[in-house]
Design a protein. Structure first.
Length: 375
């Protein structure tokens, strides 16, 4: 539609030039102005449709715009060149007559033909079949199922990460979720006990909501039951039909509670084909003002859990390293699939056709009842 508008501007400039330099060519200027008006009207109608329909606006039959030459030709034949096809009767003393013009005369001469022309233009737009296209990308039939294990024990409030370990882990997990559009993801919070916060889902908006409302103390925050957390996640993943099943365990401490031994839970997860990535989030002793005097993370246990399931162990000493670890896991666990989508088209030709019929009816009524011309 923008091209029609640009052409109409060129015609307007040409009309102004004709008025300046070709003083005796009023018909030329009239033709150019008529073209400008027609193309501007079509452009505005098309742009209005695109504005209302959004980015998915399309025309199924764009070739139909070639037919705009028909209303343009009809308009010129009924106005500018009408005298060339009409019979003329010579009246004496016509040179003494003073041509008078009034609003009614102008309406009688121009309004019906303008309405008919506009109706034809709208019919052409309707013939081009404007539609709104909605494309929905379908998720893969076989993706990756991921459970995020989030430590919510009291030690996660330490500030060796900015602003603290828990908020840094929360925001990093949120960015990770936003990059896994086609995977089902679940969330488990654990401290003294493990609790499923969100089941495996493709509704990542809801998952982000669950993650954002998570807080320290949602369960007893004085202990860390890593084995129980792995058990809850593995139990939720064991019946999954996904081609790959992943657990990302994030903690800043050692297992000191729970009824299931961490290594036993890891071996059970491995038996179900579940891979566990373990992430330790605590700065090294003496690294900074908020660092602990002793290393809080049992790296040996984290490595054993990861090795038993075919995963990897990562140590993050600050929020930047934690973000890189999630990016690394994101790259290691790629979901490859042939993209597919469904396309829904909603027709928008009806309003244009209805407006055209209204204009035709209005022009007919005005011509036959109000603006009657006597030959």
């Amino acid at each position: 539609m923008i091209y029609f508008f640009l052409i109409s501007v060129v015609l307007l400039v040409a009309a102004l030039a004709a008025n300046l330099f070709i003083k005796r060519a009023p018909k030329t200027m009239a033709v150019l102005l008529a073209g400008f008006a027609a193309l501007t009207a079509v452009s505005l109608a098309g742009l209005l449709f695109v504005r209302l329909a959004g980015d998915g606006a399309e025309f199924i039959h764009p070739w139909a715009f070639v037919l705009l030459v028909i209303p343009f030709a009809v308009f010129l034949a009924q106005t500018v060149f009408r005298g060339a096809f009409a019979r003329r009767v010579a009246y004496p003393m016509t040179h003494l007559m003073v041509e008078q013009s009034s609003l009614r005369v102008l309406f009688t001469r121009w309004l019906p033909v303008t309405l008919y022309t506009a109706a034809l233009m709208l019919m052409v737009i309707a013939l081009a079949r404007p539609v709104r296209v909605d494309r929905t990308v379908l998720p893969p039939t076989e993706g990756i199922d991921i459970i995020l294990l989030m430590d919510v024990s009291a030690s996660m409030q330490k500030q060796d990460f900015y602003p603290n370990r828990f908020v840094a882990a929360q925001s990093t997990a949120s960015r990770f979720i936003s990059k896994r559009l086609n995977d089902r993801i679940g969330l488990v919070a654990f401290a003294k006990e493990a609790m499923l916060q969100a089941p495996l889902t493709l509704d990542h908006e809801a998952l982000q909501e669950y993650l954002s409302t998570l807080y320290l103390g949602v369960v007893d925050a004085n202990y860390t039951a890593i084995g129980d957390a792995l058990g809850v996640a593995a139990n939720h993943l064991k019946d999954s039909k996904a081609k790959s099943k992943i657990i990302i365990l994030l903690t800043d401490g050692d297992s000191n509670a729970g009824t299931i031994a961490p290594l036993l839970a890891a071996k059970a997860a491995a038996a179900y084909g579940i891979r566990v990535y373990t992430v330790g989030t605590a700065s090294a002793p003496g690294d900074g003002l908020y660092s602990s005097a002793e290393d809080e993370i049992n790296e040996g246990l984290m490595m054993e859990i990861a090795d038993a399931t075919g995963g990897k162990f990562y140590r993050a000493k600050n929020e930047a390293e934690l973000a890189k670890i999630y990016d690394t896991i994101n790259e290691l666990e790629k979901t490859e699939f042939a993209p597919s989508s469904t396309v829904n088209r909603s027709d928008y030709y009806q309003p244009f056709l209805l407006m055209a019929l209204v204009l035709v009816l209005a022009a007919f009524v005005l011509e036959k009842l109000f603006f009657i011309k006597v030959p």
